[in-house]
Design a protein around this ligand. Structure first.
Ligand SMILES: [Zn+2]
Length: 351
């Protein structure tokens, strides 16, 4: 069963530990096959032992980026077709070249995934891809790394099982402060890749996450909220100004937590439907949650709200803030259109 606790990690942290603890590294004889062309080229043409002159070697070196690009592209294509992943290049190539190819593979995964989204049948995916491309064209750098698979598994998950959502096994994530994305493709079935990638990219283009940081991190506001929340026994005792101050703080935090997840999952659900993908168990399971006699939208907001409860630590643990939090959540469950969709609103459709 999927757990109700919010294990969908969109923060850096546990991924490599989790993976290392479950992984067994078995280097098969053919594991280096994808890198063979580059390995042979280096041995025969580039290394001092190849017998080439310095000038010849310099000339040959210029061909390496093309070979690396070809290998990266074929690794991506094979993964997307469900043909598996190679082991880390560092087991197969002289030092220095493995780092280079790993960076290149991450770049190919990033750009090819955006291209796939942009060319897909899903209008939502296409809109997200266009926003990402626009961001890049405006000079924004989106840090994207592939983690884990190089040193551990030599094959990816074939498919999701009942209790393995790629987004609940910390196999991908978005770092809220650095706006950086990581993905461990060895943990993500190829069939789920585009949805997992899209989920993290939605966080990248979700301006509410970034715009609310300065409010949540404002120490003066936090102090005022603490004074108010500690001096009142119930929300009925709050003046209108006090209530607005507390709500501003709370909703800003929710915009970076629960609401960010709700927005991302809502759009992922749209993409899933628009792509007409074969049923993905962990998504279907999530979509079946919530009180049955509610609308699809209300049930979905309820399911996400239960998965992403507000933390009970610090100010959020104060009864006044908890009561306001419960009010807001039940209001959004009742009226999903009142969810602050922010910059993503033009993409949001009825579920
Ligand atoms: Zn997320």
């Amino acid at each position: 069963m999927l757990q109700k606790t919010p294990r969908i990690l969109c923060q850096f942290g546990m991924s490599s530990l989790v993976l290392l603890s479950i992984a067994t590294s078995v280097v098969r004889a053919d594991s280096c096959a994808p890198y063979e062309k580059l390995s042979r080229f280096i041995q025969e043409k580039v290394l001092p032992s190849s017998g080439s002159t310095l000038e010849q070697r310099a000339e040959e070196l210029r061909q390496i980026p093309t070979i690396i690009a070809e290998i990266s592209q074929s690794i991506y294509e094979n993964y997307r077709l469900g043909r598996g992943l190679p082991i880390s290049a560092e087991n197969c190539l002289p030092s220095g070249y493995s780092d280079r190819i790993q960076h290149n593979i991450a770049a190919v995964f990033f750009h090819e995934s955006i291209r796939e989204m942009n060319e897909s049948k899903s209008q939502t995916a296409r809109s997200i891809a266009k926003l990402l491309l626009k961001k890049e064209q405006a000079g924004a750098f989106i840090p994207f790394t592939l983690t884990g698979h190089w040193k551990t598994l030599d094959r990816p998950l074939e498919r999701s099982t009942s209790d393995q959502s790629p987004l609940e096994t910390s196999s991908a994530g978005f770092h809220r402060a650095q706006a950086a994305v990581f993905a461990n493709i060895a943990m993500i079935p190829h069939s789920d890749w585009l949805l997992v990638f899209a989920h993290e990219m939605i966080h990248v283009i979700d301006e509410q996450i970034h715009a609310n940081l300065s409010i949540v991190a404002n120490p003066d506001l936090a102090r005022t909220v603490a004074q108010i929340a500690n001096s009142k026994a119930s929300i009925n005792e709050l003046t209108q100004d006090e209530r607005l101050t507390c709500e501003r703080f709370l909703v800003s935090a929710l915009n970076r937590g629960f609401l960010a997840e709700l927005r991302a999952w809502w759009l992922v659900r749209q993409i899933y439907h628009e792509l007409h993908l074969p049923p993905i168990f962990w998504l279907e399971h999530l979509y079946a949650e919530g009180t049955p006699n509610k609308s699809t939208e209300a049930r979905f907001v309820q399911a996400l709200s239960e998965r992403f409860p507000t933390s009970l630590t610090g100010l959020f643990g104060l009864p006044i803030i908890q009561a306001l939090d419960a009010n807001h959540r039940s209001n959004w469950i009742k009226y999903p259109r009142r969810v602050p969709w922010g910059s993503l609103k033009p993409l949001v459709k009825k579920l």
